[in-house]
Write a protein that binds this ligand. Structure first.
Ligand code: VGL
Ligand code: ZN
Length: 227
């Protein structure tokens, strides 16, 4: 496929230790993340390769980081009597699913996976910092109105096409893709460079077809790396 890199961005979503199973990198061991997604760390190699190509050809590389305060409203631990996987109503959002504590600002779990080449990123967007509101999408918090600034950044560079990979397929990647489509970006998802929570069961399959039906191109990193 032919890409105009000047008008394209790679968005690497939430490739952070808390979303990854235990791994060793550069002689250093990391424990399993609190919200580990099966095969989470496997996205680093293909995403690094695509990011290198974007940098060589002057496309933008953006990474997002889930970045929660200690007592975030999406944590089951702050809702007495609730457990992980339960739902609560928040002021701005109906049916917030509850997660284990994860990606706490400045913690090891919030750091990018050691194998992700973050030096290739032009921009890092941190999201989920409002204690009362979750933020899955790289574009908007879950009220679907509060911007992260990403849309303004992309527009400032006249970027009209986005390529997505990272974690988790059925949450942050999915919400990012749907917002990108809503904002009329030409949107591609690297199916080999995403991994999902799959909770509730079947949600990965469901979001993959929802993204495709809504207009996202489902491609693999090799489709890009060949040319
Ligand atoms: C995510 C659940 C909670 C994600 C973030 O990155 O997909 N999932 N916070
Ligand atoms: Zn989160």
């Amino acid at each position: 496929m032919i890409i105009d890199y000047q008008s394209a961005a790679l968005i690497i979503v939430d490739v952070q230790n808390d979303f990854c199973p235990a791994y060793t990198s550069g002689g250093k061991s990391r424990p399993t993340g609190s919200l580990a997604v099966a095969g989470g760390g496997d996205v680093c190699v293909p995403l690094n390769a695509v990011a290198e190509q974007f940098v060589e050809r002057n496309g933008k590389v953006i990474a997002t980081q889930d970045w929660h305060p200690k007592r975030h409203a999406s944590f089951a631990s702050v809702h007495p009597g609730k457990k992980v996987g339960d739902f609560v109503e928040l002021d701005a959002v109906q049916s917030q699913i509850l997660w284990p504590d994860h990606c706490i600002q400045g913690s090891e779990g919030a750091r990018f996976h050691d194998d992700l080449n973050i030096d290739l990123a032009n921009l890092i967007i941190r999201k989920g910092s409002n204690p009362l509101l979750d933020s899955y999408s790289a574009f908007f918090e879950n009220d679907r109105q509060t911007t992260t600034g990403l849309d303004g950044y992309l527009k400032a560079f006249s970027i009209s096409t986005v390529f997505l990979g990272g974690l988790a397929t059925d949450y942050c990647v999915f919400y990012t893709a749907m917002d990108a489509l809503r904002l009329r970006y030409t949107t591609y998802v690297f199916t080999d460079a995403v991994r999902g929570v799959d909770y509730p069961k079947g949600s990965v399959e469901q979001v993959l077809s929802a993204m495709e039906v809504t207009g996202a191109g489902m491609i693999t990193t090799s489709d890009i790396l060949q040319n």
